[in-house]
Design a protein around this ligand. Structure first.
Ligand code: 5GP
Length: 207
């Protein structure tokens, strides 16, 4: 007897965490995983030193960003720390349809928009994960260590982060952030389990 063949739609992994938690590094490590694409967001914020257009973000002018909203090219978008950030619809949907898992690093507003979307395919594929900083002091320490923000920007990100942390119960999973290796191990455990969910699988061929 031939073994059964299972197929499934891709999973939309959403990671949210207050700025400075270490989420970007976590996502960079996860991007190396095969059959897993990282959706490069669009933003109107200026690139940080070392950031590459098209790899870290698609850096757009405000006009270009608003045009994409008008043309309905955004799966979700939000105003975060005074700048627009958004996910391109086409890339994500195409990957999911082809059974490829997608990783999104988006803020709490973006995660909320996907939970509420009328697009059933997107809602069904969503697995949202919140990365909780161990303490507020540690968050501030990590944010300052990065050294890319002005004092005013640090204060704004800390205030936003504090508000974001209150929303962890809305997420399917919450990881209490430890070392990068610990966070990676915990995220990969979630990823594996979600890939084996029976409800996601479709028996393609019964021998
Ligand atoms: P940063 O400026 O530090 O790269 O990102 C600031 C915040 O914007 C982070 O919380 C990040 O998750 C969020 N963000 C990045 N891309 C997107 C996106 O496409 N949509 C939404 N809603 N938030 C995003």
């Amino acid at each position: 007897m031939n073994p059964p063949i299972f197929r499934r739609q891709g999973i939309l992994f959403v990671i949210s965490a207050p700025s400075g938690t270490g989420k970007t590094t976590l996502c960079e490590n996860l991007r190396a995983t095969p059959d897993f694409i990282y959706s490069v967001s669009c933003t109107t914020r200026a690139p940080r030193p070392g950031e590459v257009d098209g790899t870290d973000y698609h850096f757009l002018s405000r006009e270009e960003f608003l045009l994409k909203i008008e043309r309905d090219e955004m799966l979700e978008y939000a105003l975060v720390h005074g700048n627009y950030y958004g996910t391109l619809k086409a890339t994500v949907k195409e990957a999911l349809v082809h059974g490829t898992d997608v990783l999104l690093d988006i803020d709490v507003q973006g995660a909320m928009a996907i939970r509420k979307t009328s697009d059933v395919m997107l809602r069904d594929s969503l697995v949202d994960v919140f990365i909780m900083p161990p303490t507020l002091e540690e968050l501030e320490k990590r944010l300052r260590k990065r050294g890319t923000e002005t004092e005013e920007q640090v204060q704004m990100r800390l205030r936003t982060g504090y508000e974001e942390m209150k929303l962890w119960p809305l997420y399917k999973y919450t990881i209490l952030s430890g070392s990068m290796e610990e966070d990676l191990t915990k995220f990969r455990a979630i990823m594996r389990a979600e890939r084996y969910l029976s409800r996601r699988l479709e028996l393609h061929e019964v021998p």
